[in-house]
Design a protein around this ligand. Structure first.
Ligand code: AMP
Length: 412
């Protein structure tokens, strides 16, 4: 049986930063230039296991950061233990995903002499020759769709005798697409000694069966996030930071909203939002790490029994606030983790009730918001601020990258 982990890290150590994993400095440099600052929950949970050489079965959807959760520790392991021939094979269902994974890998490995290649179907004769030549020269990581990978393995074009890692990404989709025999065939070509990791958005019995066949005593990490219930009205406002407070006050003024929970990214913002709302005549309290535990509990109790209408909290405390049936949740800033968005929004509508979730998106947070939309698989309504507050920013999410990455050649 797989071992289960929950929201805490393997070995009970709290990981708040990528520096806490003990990564090779070249990986930290890659993360810095891409702009990743804090590991997502799945990264916090999975990375230590892979670094320790354990096999993993991860239940996680796209949008949770699952790709980096396996790429980063695998890159670290490749740096620690380089081998001749292909080190790692990643199998995924589609050409688009193969390209995406390989692009992330190129970004992370920008400061390393690690080479990678995406191999997928639908290529013409010229591309086939190019891929063949590149494989012949040797690559560390191959990202491939199953059919194409089998063709190359059949022709003995991929030196897999030293393979260290095999990753199956979006395994449920691969099974849906009928790739199960191809996967088993691929595995028959690979050495026993490798470590295998399987990721899937869902865990139906046939995925369990596949994992029993290919994984050895895996650690199971479950980060499946249910989508917000249908009764929740989710809306976003495209606002500059200096418009948020006025828009917030106008949105809640005179409405029948018995309990409102507002999340903001910093302590100072929490305090100033609460102060402004108080001045505007609302019954409001704030909660952040400056308060003693007993004071926090008192505030929460008042909010829970509805003697306090509005509670403003920091992102850091958001997970600890266990109150449901809230009429309105406001994300004053876009939450860092896409899963946090789902958890917060899920505090509004329960059963047959309806709730409202409003998120303010400034220019810098647009990319984070697009990640949330990817996770919940829907595009949310994005409104401009009411006319009297002037126009907000355009919605145009751009990747966080600060550098242009180019594929680097392997140093031999
Ligand atoms: P994935 O679930 O792997 O498809 O990742 C979803 C998106 O989140 C991708 O665009 C990643 O670049 C981004 N991402 C993953 N991990 C982080 C992180 N720790 N910080 C910021 N963005 C991230």
């Amino acid at each position: 049986m797989p071992k289960m982990t929950n929201n805490t890290l393997a070995e009970d150590k709290t990981i708040n930063s990528f520096h806490d994993f003990g990564f090779d400095p070249q990986i930290i440099d890659g993360l810095d230039s891409i702009g990743f600052e804090t590991p997502t929950p799945i990264q916090q949970q999975i990375i230590p296991h892979i670094l320790q050489g354990k096999e993993v079965i991860g239940c996680a959807q796209t949008g949770t950061g699952k790709t980096a959760a396996y790429l980063l520790p695998v890159l670290h392991r490749i740096l620690q233990n380089p081998v001749a021939g292909v080190n790692t094979i990643i199998i995924c269902p589609t050409r688009e995903l193969a390209i995406q994974i390989e692009q992330q890998l190129v970004g992370f490995s920008y400061f390393m002499s690690i080479s990678s290649m995406a191999v997928y179907g639908g290529t013409d004769g010229i591309e086939w020759e190019q891929q063949k030549r590149a494989l012949g020269k040797g690559v560390d990581v191959v990202v491939a769709t199953p059919g194409k990978l089998i063709s190359f393995l059949n022709m003995d074009l991929i030196p897999v005798h030293n393979l260290q890692h095999l990753i199956l990404d979006e395994a449920d989709r691969m099974l849906d697409m009928g790739f199960v025999d191809d996967i088993m065939k691929i595995i028959s070509y690979l050495p026993e000694s490798k470590l295998s990791f399987l990721f899937s958005a869902t865990m139906p019995p046939r995925i369990r069966e596949l994992s029993r066949k290919i994984l050895k005593n895996p650690v199971e990490v479950n980060i499946s996030v249910s989508k917000p219930a249908a009764g929740i009205l989710q809306v976003a406002y495209l606002t500059y930071d200096n418009q948020k407070q006025a828009v917030l006050s106008q949105l809640i003024k005179g409405r029948d909203l018995p309990s409102i929970l507002i999340f903001a990214s910093t302590k100072s913002k929490v305090k100033s939002i609460a102060r402004e709302l108080q001045t505007a005549g609302f019954q409001v309290s704030d909660i952040h790490s400056d308060l003693e535990q007993s004071e926090r509990e008192k505030v929460l109790l008042r909010f829970r029994n509805r003697t306090l209408q509005i509670l403003v909290a920091t992102d850091v405390l958001s997970r600890g606030i266990d109150i449901e049936n809230i009429s309105l949740v406001v994300n004053y800033d876009v939450p860092h983790d896409a899963e946090d968005y789902v958890h917060r929004v899920g505090r509004t509508a329960r059963a047959e009730q309806t709730g409202i979730a409003i998120t303010f998106i400034n220019e810098a947070d647009q990319i984070k918001f697009s990640r949330i939309e990817k996770l919940i698989e829907s595009n949310l309504l994005k409104l401009s601020p009411p006319a009297e507050f002037g126009p907000g920013p355009e919605y145009n999410p751009k990747p966080l990258r600060r550098n242009n990455f180019h594929k680097r050649k392997k140093k031999n």
